[in-house]
Design a binder for this molecule. Structure first.
Ligand code: GLC
Length: 609
């Protein structure tokens, strides 16, 4: 399964343009308007509302000790780069002790550091040096499951009567003679017993694993080496909250909560409805209504928010929240109560699922989802993300095969110019491509081994960071890196792109600098423009008093498109716009808003005069 995949900037601080300010209007029918949202951020300087959060896969970012695997000291060495890029916080994928079956997402100790990534002292150094670079540290917390080698599970699995007997999701199963069993259940018979229902592991096979010592099955949403914790047991919640407290005391800025909608399962263990057909692992496609996004999870999240809020310094809770729609997403903020996660990820904008044969680069779809997350979450702060360690990189998902660089710039433009907090993944800023193994024997991610060739796993988006055109791309001194260095490193690397004014890396840096310095981009509201245009996504960032609004237009088609930006409904009176950034030089420098010619896949950002 794929989880679903030249600094003119200083001059950009635009001067006051009184004629171009927005008028805030009274709203019909009580709806939350983007105009209204404009007022919220300007009064609240909470750091994470304006942040750029950068995900680091620690195995793959920088190897400091020559063992071919990235580590914490490697991250510390690269803090200067991160600061220069404009990163406010790094989310580090799990660096806790782990058998590494799922490369760290199988944690065997929540309050220690895996020796292959470093020591607790190295982590302390990273937190302290990060602070000196204004780069906060966000840890990845795996709440749903532990490793099967965690002490808690070893104890729990030993008998039905031990003190942790009820820390995981155990079940007797059913005698194989029971009537009405599905064929799928019958495939998993042990000692005359079969799993209690048809639930399937996301990573393949039944979600139930037999343990002879208990003569019972345990439930695992992911690999069988990742048994699900029983979140109905208050002791589990306490142990996990205590572990989080350990790291909060050490000064981390918050947590990214792994797979958090999966904490609870149906107590009646009902079969999940089959949707028809088989997935890449050969298991029936199920509608996961009894194992995903159950309402009970919100109680845990509210208590967690209250616990984290006791710590000073605006600690933040970010959620890995793949959800079906914006209404569900709003619940993860706590709706009108705003008492759950500050930043559940919006996966609808960045990971669209186009109909077969159609492009995911679709202005109407982006417009719809960006508008929804701006207006339907009770004024909470959206979090957009296009890349992570589980999905084919966005540069490969959105390219038309010919305009790759322009399209990558367009995606970055959307990421950094709406009102949302922005999250990205190492290498996206240089356009690192997904490099999927060509042979099954080279695959490291277990789902690529079991799912080959339909599912080739996630190694492709986890290859080492490409720093230089030199040996091992500057990632390691060891020629035997844990995943091979992709051939693309000769051209696609930080060093080469730093020296190329038109590079994607420089586009990122300019966008991030502009987002900080320009008042409308930093704290203005957002209003969609030209809502019927099928090819061009355009919007205006309204400006706080004394600043100029900014228009953004991206042409998502292979044809030039001429647009008229009609600002009449927004209260903005300016008629022309001064280009701040464009991915095509023909748009320099001042344009009438009634006749903007956008070449194919061009991004344009301009301040309204
Ligand atoms: C999340 C992680 C993914 C991991 C899974 C199980 O989806 O992002 O990498 O395999 O949870 O922990």
């Amino acid at each position: 399964m794929r989880f679903l995949s030249s600094l003119a900037v200083a001059a950009c601080l635009v001067s006051a343009s009184l004629g171009a300010q927005i008028a805030h209007k009274a709203l019909p029918n009580g709806a939350v308007s983007p105009d209204k949202l404009a007022a919220t951020p300007s009064h609240d300087e909470t750091w994470w509302k304006h942040a750029f959060v950068y995900e680091i896969y620690p195995r793959s970012f920088q190897d400091s000790n020559g063992d071919g695997i990235g580590d914490l000291n490697g991250i510390t060495q690269r803090l200067d780069y991160l600061q220069k890029l404009g990163v406010d916080a790094i989310w580090i994928a799990p660096m806790f002790p782990s058998p590494q079956v799922d490369f760290g997402y199988d944690v065997s100790d929540y309050v220690a550091v895996d020796p292959q990534y470093g020591t607790m002292a190295d982590m302390g150094k990273l937190i302290a040096q990060g602070k000196a670079h204004n780069v906060r540290i966000v840890l990845d917390f795996v709440l749903n499951h532990t490793s099967d080698k965690h002490q808690w599970f070893l104890e729990s699995a030993a008998s039905r009567t031990n003190p942790k007997a009820d820390w995981y999701v155990w079940n007797d199963g059913l005698p194989v003679s029971t009537s009405g069993l599905t064929d799928y259940q019958k495939k998993y018979e042990h000692e005359g017993m079969v799993p209690p229902n048809n639930w399937v592991s996301v990573f393949g096979g039944s979600a139930w694993e037999w343990v002879p010592a208990r003569k019972q099955f345990y439930y695992h949403k992911f690999y069988k080496q990742q048994p699900d914790l029983n979140w109905r047991n208050p002791a589990v919640e306490k142990a996990m909250f205590d572990s989080m407290g350990f790291w909060l005391d050490k000064g981390v800025a918050g947590f990214r909560l792994d797979a958090v909608p999966t904490l609870f399962e149906d107590t009646k263990l009902r079969n999940e409805p089959e949707k028809g057909g088989l997935n890449a692992q050969g298991d029936p496609n199920l509608n996961t209504i009894y194992t995903d996004n159950l309402p009970e999870v919100h109680g845990v999240i509210r208590r967690m928010r209250a616990m984290v809020s006791k710590y000073p310094g605006d600690r933040v809770l970010i959620g890995e929240t793949y959800l079906p729609n914006t209404v569900e997403l709003d619940k993860w903020y706590g709706g009108a109560q705003h008492n759950e996660l500050q930043l559940p990820m919006d996966m609808l904008v960045g990971f669209p699922r186009p109909k077969k044969g159609t492009s995911p680069l679709n202005a109407a779809v982006f417009r719809q989802y960006i508008s929804e997350v701006e207006t339907q979450i009770h004024g909470s702060q959206p979090l957009l993300v296009f890349d992570n360690h589980d999905n084919v990189r966005s540069i490969d998902r959105f390219t038309d095969g010919k305009h790759t660089n322009q399209i990558a710039k367009l995606i970055a433009t959307m990421l950094f110019t709406t009102r949302a907090t922005a999250m990205s993944y190492y290498g996206a800023e240089i356009g690192m491509p997904t490099t999927t193994p060509a042979r099954k024997e080279d695959v490291k991610d277990p789902i690529g081994i079991t799912g080959w060739p339909k599912e080739k796993g996630r190694d492709g988006e986890r290859t080492p960071m490409q720093w230089t055109p030199g040996p091992q791309a500057g990632f390691s001194t060891n020629s035997n890196t844990w995943l091979p260095i992709p051939k693309s490193y000769k051209k696609i690397n930080v060093q080469t792109e730093t020296g190329a004014p038109d590079s994607l890396l420089n586009w990122y840096m300019q966008l991030l600098a502009l987002r900080r310095s320009n008042a409308a981009l930093h704290e203005g509201g957002i209003v969609m423009l030209n809502k019927d245009n099928a090819d061009v996504l355009s919007y205006v960032r309204t400006a706080p008093a004394g600043s100029a609004p900014v228009v953004i237009a991206v042409n998502m088609s292979a044809q030039p498109r001429t647009i008229t930006l009609d600002l009449s409904g927004t209260g903005i009176t300016g008629q022309t716009a001064k280009t701040l950034m464009t991915s095509d030089p023909s748009l320099q420098p001042v344009t009438s808003l009634t006749n903007v010619v956008l070449p194919p896949y061009t991004s344009w950002i301009a301040s309204v005069q």
